[in-house]
Write a protein that binds this ligand. Sequence first.
Ligand code: NAD
Ligand code: DAO
Ligand code: ZN
Length: 369
Amino acid sequence: MKSRAAVAFEAGKPLEIVQIDVEGPRAGEVLVQIKATGVCHTDAFTLSGDDPEGVFPSVLGHEGAGVVVEVGAGVTSVKPGDHVIPLYTAECRQCKFCKSGKTNLCQAVRATQGKGLMPDGTVRFRHEGRAIHHYMGTSTFSEFTVVPEISLAVINKAAPLEKVCLLGCGVTTGIGAVHNTAKVTPGATVAVFGLGGIGLAVIQGAVMARAGRIIGIDTNPAKFELARQMGATDCINPADHAGPIQQVIVDMTDGGVDYSFECIGNVEVMRSALECCHKGWGESIIIGVAGAGQEIRTRPFQLVTGRVWRGSAFGGVRGRTELPGMVEQAMAGTITLDPFITHTLPLERINDAFDLMHAGKSIRTVITF
Ligand code: NAD
Ligand code: DAO
Ligand code: ZN
């Protein structure tokens, strides 16, 4: 079938809105009509060419929601008409990782997904006969996309797709990192580095966990107002301080925070986030994705003296099992999505969404089809 899509033909170039050919779903696959998709920093990261797994040409996008159109042979867990959120972290429930109960990093389709291919090693997208790669197993910047059955969470049909699409990445990642990875406790002191979509979702998660103090850090003070509205008790711009930001935070928190979250992808900030943690128990969670080849560093004594460094992917959330419940929470108002949506644009203007993000003017732009 024909589909309107924003295709990344080359790294560093704007997306091109073209008509592509989408092949129907093969065994174990599902054709989904995407109704809305967010634009995340990770899409920009891949488009920049810094992502070691970035392949071109490709259809980017991983924060979408849509409706099942057709299922391939053997598909049993979804049916046409179901409302779904595509998952860049699949959940097969059969692999060693899924069965471990220790991680959400299902490996069932990981190898091909990382190469921009469907599990059988081929693609379903073509433009003028040329193969177009998939992205993160989701490719939500296309009106129609094909994904593995195990990469779909079936959600309540009453949920507004133009809002709950944000649970496909940003909001789930931030809230999940607080609850599943850090396990923030009531009364805890939390530092959040980077107040974009991920950082604000961490703030929301910290409020839900009844953290006592939530310190937001960003080099763009325009991010502070919304951060405060969402629950940050203090906002700090590192540029307003002469010394290292970790020392500023240690001084204002009687020795450091209980939990910190790096939501930028900057390895220097990752160090600050670790070192602003309290001696003996402070835990720092890396969420941001750093450029290819970059490395983190600190003095080992920081860890010897009890600070802990962890990472979190998709908030540790097992998508098929847990995302439907998070959608219910959003519908009940326990999770709020509206503050994240600063802009809504049609697919034809998707490049404006990237410009707004780079200019620091948006939190999330939702693209509608
Ligand atoms: P964003 O661009 O909307 O937000 C980043 C924020 O960091 C901005 O407000 C920016 O002003 C601020 N910032 C930049 N440099 C800074 C510095 N040196 N000190 C303080 N603040 C600084 O991005 P986002 O969509 O919120 O994504 C954040 C990161 O999370 C990205 O690296 C993205 O790839 C990653 N991510 C990870 C996962 C995961 O599962 N681990 C999921 C989604 C996104
Ligand atoms: O299983 O090896 C693996 C990696 C799974 C991918 C996890 C992605 C998390 C970070 C990317 C940000 C997504 C928006
Ligand atoms: Zn698995």
